[in-house]
Design a protein around this ligand. Structure first.
Ligand code: MLT
Length: 330
């Protein structure tokens, strides 16, 4: 009798397993990008979606949904509140650490409300200006900023965005933190259009969005935010680091990661993490991203637990720095 019960249970279990539709099946998987289309976060998501489609055997259909506003916190909140079924994922960046420090009231918790699926890349930033700016070196640029305190503006993608954080840190090191009026956009793609058009004066943005504009002469570049010069990059090797320009210890690179709502089934998390690992080794993905100055992370940095611990350390690192700059959002 007992054997019969065991056999029946085994059959039921295998039937249930057989009935569970394979993930993702024909239903599209949405990458929520918390900034406007065309910006650096959007760029990472689109390049990654293409690579993930390939490694998941082409049957997986990834679609991008741009949900911008409030420095990426609106898009992140949307994913935190989405069904934990593997069909709504977040592609985000250092904002996962900056927002908890900058916003007094945030509708989600970066460490508790998401399943961490892995880190993707690191992207340096460049300090750039509108083409009409009467400066060609970083020294001229800095002197011009000081001589026109209060008259110039700096664009960013909202409080807690990478461009906002870079501008904040740079201005606080300039010891002229009120030198510029800050102008928020839904992402650094619209901000870049305003800069190229001369409607705003300065921006700090990721090389994945600025390299083409610098190369085309549509904006002026003055410095990079890496600790060491980008000597391997054909274009960016010509620009000094902010450390070389006297800002001791200044270093900022923007990391990107992939996240799911808390409670997403472990099997789906593991499947997405495996696919991510393979996608980051896709030659096409690497060529696109490295061509724009991005650095693809290795498996150790990609690892979800390591990435989550890294984000926690970034929150701890940014807290005193942002408090020193004294700019918070309600
Ligand atoms: C940022 O500044 O956080 C991003 O560059 C915004 C974007 O991806 O548009």
């Amino acid at each position: 009798m007992k054997k019969l019960v065991v056999l029946a249970l085994a059959a039921a279990a295998s039937l249930a397993h057989a009935q569970a539709p394979a993930y993702p099946g024909s239903k599209p998987v949405t990458f929520v990008v918390p900034f406007a289309a065309g910006g650096p976060t959007d760029r990472v998501a689109r390049d990654l979606a293409e690579a993930m489609r390939k490694v998941m055997g082409g049957q997986a259909n990834f679609v991008i949904e741009n949900v911008n506003g409030a420095g990426g916190t609106i898009g992140a909140a949307k994913v935190a509140k989405s069904a934990p079924d593997g069909y709504t994922l977040l592609i985000h960046h250092i904002g996962m650490a900056a927002a908890p420090v900058l916003y007094r009231k945030l509708s989600y918790k970066s460490l508790e409300d998401f399943e961490y699926l892995g880190m993707i890349n690191e992207v340096p930033m460049t300090l750039i200006g509108k083409p009409q700016l009467p400066a060609n070196t970083y020294r001229d640029f800095e002197n011009y900023i000081r001589a026109n305190a209060g008259k110039l503006n700096i664009a960013h993608a909202g409080l807690g965005s990478a461009s906002h954080l870079c501008g904040l840190l740079w201005q606080s090191r300039l010891n002229a933190s009120d030198a510029m009026v800050t102008i928020p956009f839904g992402g650094t793609a619209p901000a870049m259009n305003a800069l190229v058009g001369g409607q705003v004066d300065v921006m700090c943005d990721q090389t994945t969005n600025t390299t083409a504009q610098i190369e085309a002469g549509r904006v002026k570049a003055f410095a990079v935010t890496t600790a060491r010069p980008m000597s391997n990059h054909k274009l960016l090797k010509d620009y000094p680091t902010l450390q070389e320009m006297g800002m001791k210890g200044f270093e900022l690179t923007i990391w990107h990661g992939m996240y799911a709502p808390k409670g997403t089934p472990a099997a789906i998390q593991a499947q997405l993490n495996e696919a991510l690992k393979k996608a980051l080794k896709d030659p096409e993905f690497i060529k696109k991203q490295e061509g724009l100055g991005a650095i693809i992370v290795n498996d150790k940095r990609l690892d979800p637990a390591n990435h989550k611990a890294f984000v926690a350390s970034e929150i701890a690192k940014l807290k005193p720095v942002v408090e020193a700059a004294g700019k918070f959002a309600d």
